[in-house]
Design a protein around this ligand. Structure first.
Ligand code: MD6
Ligand code: FE
Length: 208
């Protein structure tokens, strides 16, 4: 018998699944290396001209990008003009399974954003709101060195809760929580046998 996955409910429609992706960690990292060989990780600029601390790439039908023109989803990698690499079946299946185990049936992600954080990189509080409809949840997979996830409210001023995300943890959120502000505290220097000093995060979305 497979053990029941642990589900920590952190809000009405938000869940942390500790270690949910752990059994597939090596296959996930191998796929990340293949994808980022085709569509390299890069520091993108925000609309205001600041560089994002984390390095980004994508796979799937669309990718999330930012530059001086703004935030958006597009079918091609702006650096190469080529379509983003295909989303591996392994990624798709993991995201669908995680969503379903939190009550989100029929999740059909068309984007997987890949974030890579080096020591001291973080991500400020933001909402994920560039998607066309907010009925689909977001599924986020953490790999490598740990991070503190800041989970706020629907207003930027709402004081965030702090959660530790470790290698293999998955966060699923949607419904009433879909537009909550969230971020990642600056990563501390540490080491993970699979990723070295880095933290990788995969976020699966339905953009269109
Ligand atoms: C990260 N994650 O974990 C950044 N967004 O590196 C996100 O921005 C995020 O984890 C929406 C839902 C879950 C997330
Ligand atoms: Fe986000």
């Amino acid at each position: 018998m497979m053990p029941e996955p642990r589900i920590d409910k952190i809000s009405t429609h938000s869940f942390i699944l500790p270690g949910f992706a752990r059994a597939e960690d090596e296959a996930l990292m191998t796929a990340i290396k293949q994808i980022t060989a085709e569509a390299p990780l890069r520091q993108m600029s925000t609309p205001r001209g600041f560089k994002m601390a984390a390095q980004l790439s994508n796979c799937g039908d669309y990718g999330w990008v930012t530059d001086r023109q703004g935030y958006r989803y597009q079918q091609t990698d702006p650096d190469s003009g080529e379509p983003w690499p295909e989303m591996p079946a392994l990624f798709q299946a993991l995201a669908v399974r995680a969503a379903a185990s939190c009550g989100f049936d029929d999740f059909a992600p068309d984007v997987c954003l890949i974030n890579c954080y080096q020591p001291r990189a973080g991500m400020g509080l933001h909402q994920d709101k560039d998607e066309r409809d907010f009925s689909a949840p977001i599924v986020s997979v953490s790999l490598g060195v740990p991070a503190i996830f800041l989970f706020g409210g629907l207003q930027r001023r709402d004081k965030p809760e702090h959660y530790l995300l470790q290698h293999g943890d998955v966060v699923v959120w949607g419904g009433d929580d879909r537009l909550r502000f969230h971020g990642i505290q600056a990563i501390k220097l540490s080491h993970h046998p699979l990723t070295g000093q880095y933290r990788y995060n995969l976020t699966f979305r339905r953009a269109f």
